[in-house]
Design a protein around this ligand. Sequence first.
Ligand SMILES: Cc1cc2nc3c(=O)[nH]c(=O)nc-3n(C[C@H](O)[C@H](O)[C@H](O)COP(=O)(O)O)c2cc1C
Length: 147
Amino acid sequence: MVFLTKTIMLIQLTYASRTSKTLVPDDLKAILAASQRNNTRAGVTGALCLANGIFLQQLEGDRTTVNQLYHRILADPRHRDPAILDFAEIPSRSFTQWSMGSLSSLEANRAIFLKYSRSSSFDPYTMSPSTLRAFFDEIMHNAAWLN
Ligand SMILES: Cc1cc2nc3c(=O)[nH]c(=O)nc-3n(C[C@H](O)[C@H](O)[C@H](O)COP(=O)(O)O)c2cc1C
């Protein structure tokens, strides 16, 4: 007898990228609108931060789905220099309220960014996986979010 099973594994992918030169404020709105529309359908949740010209995004969901989404995001000309910073299996989602939540301004969340920075500027590329997890845990509870 043959059993065909598809393993559904919940994973979390965290990456950083730099905004491309052509990024305008309306780009962030468009990115969020597309993210919320597509992620809801795909069962992906997560959070997106933009600070110092660096995107930091955490995607949560089925491994295959998150992989496919990440590859689509990579092709987006609105950013460059992508780097996966953490990829791990998780027992449950953190961002159950957002298909893609976004932090409001850097100013409104300055104390949180500073708390997880080695220098005065926030640089996710230098953060370890455990520091990144602590950062996302903190923003989930204490940050100011865009509606
Ligand atoms: C930093 C960044 C993060 C993004 N995050 C997502 C995301 O979480 N989900 C998504 O569907 N698209 C995301 N996008 C947009 C995709 O690259 C792509 O433009 C979009 O999925 C196309 O959707 P559409 O075919 O429905 O217009 C992101 C783009 C950037 C630059």
